[in-house]
Design a protein around this ligand. Structure first.
Ligand SMILES: [Zn+2]
Length: 282
């Protein structure tokens, strides 16, 4: 099962960059979301594919037409927070407030209930798993925030499962669609989105896809935009990670959609026999 998802944010929504941290700073940057969405929605339409779009409330508030267009094309709208702050940088109250605002903005645009959530930069970690209780309170029943490996601004290394599973949190069950890992000996390789997808050559990605029975992709509009400006104040490593391979990534993405079948989270959820999936007690 291959699942197609996108995190809908602007090119400058890279977490923890001092020059792009606040809404005031964001207001000074070039707007690229419309042209970047055109590219994505066009190819999904051509391939008759449906995907899950994790959208920032901020995008919905500023450009409701973007969210409207995604929904009108039959895609699923999910929440990717309001202001793209790492969950571990917020108090539970701040997290609740940010998530609630995002859900409200998206629901007001589409008229449909938001039931799926993904944290900015996969920032639900062992120490802030309290976030799940708040997600339940806000009506979220499916989460896709777990990155079960080491990661600079998130990641839940001790999670231990890289397939759809049930999270048992004080008796309540949340369905979890984590990022998949490709294991080679002691190595856990991520290939299905963001910088990893841009970095790896397509034949390697194709090989790993062919040998994986569950793949959770995560693409961003900026992943396919070679003309975006470069944010100031990034370390050399982060600059490499954030901007490498932008010129070739859309071509790779087109190949991926030609070579493999994809579904959105709603269809995946209907297909999975949840009785057979592992339960993780958090
Ligand atoms: Zn994001």
């Amino acid at each position: 099962m291959n699942i197609l998802t996108f995190d809908i944010e602007e090119w400058f929504h890279i977490v923890d960059v001092p020059s792009a941290k606040t809404e005031e700073q964001w207001g000074n940057f070039e707007v690229r979301i419309h042209q970047n969405m055109d590219r994505i929605l066009k190819i999904l339409d051509e391939k008759s594919l449906k995907a899950t779009f994790f959208c920032l409330g901020w995008i919905g508030k500023k450009y409701p037409e973007v969210i409207k267009r995604i929904a009108e094309q039959g895609h699923e709208i999910a929440s990717h927070s309001n202001l793209h702050k790492p969950v571990f940088s917020m108090t539970p109250e701040e997290f609740k407030n940010d998530t609630e605002i995002s859900i409200k903005i998206l629901e007001d645009i589409t008229g449909k209930k938001v039931r799926i959530y993904r944290a900015p930069s996969f920032s639900i970690k062992e120490e802030n798993k309290w976030a799940f209780e708040i997600l339940f309170e806000l009506g979220i029943t499916i989460d896709a925030s777990i990155f079960p490996a080491k990661r600079a601004h998130g990641g839940f290394e001790s999670f231990g499962e890289a397939k759809p599973c049930k999270l048992n949190i004080d008796g309540q069950i949340m369905k979890e669609f984590p990022i998949n890992l490709y294991r080679i000996g002691p190595l856990n390789i991520i290939f299905s989105g963001g910088g990893y997808f841009r970095l790896l050559p397509y034949p390697i990605i194709k090989f790993m896809m062919l040998h994986s029975d569950y793949v959770m992709t995560y693409f961003h509009p900026r992943d396919f935009d070679p003309d975006q400006p470069i944010l100031e104040g990034l370390s050399k490593f982060r600059r490499f990670k954030s901007y490498y391979g932008l010129d070739k990534s859309f071509e790779k993405f087109q190949k991926l959609l030609t070579d493999f079948d994809f579904v959105d989270i709603a269809s995946a959820n209907d297909t999975i026999n949840w009785n057979l999936q592992k339960t993780i007690y958090l």
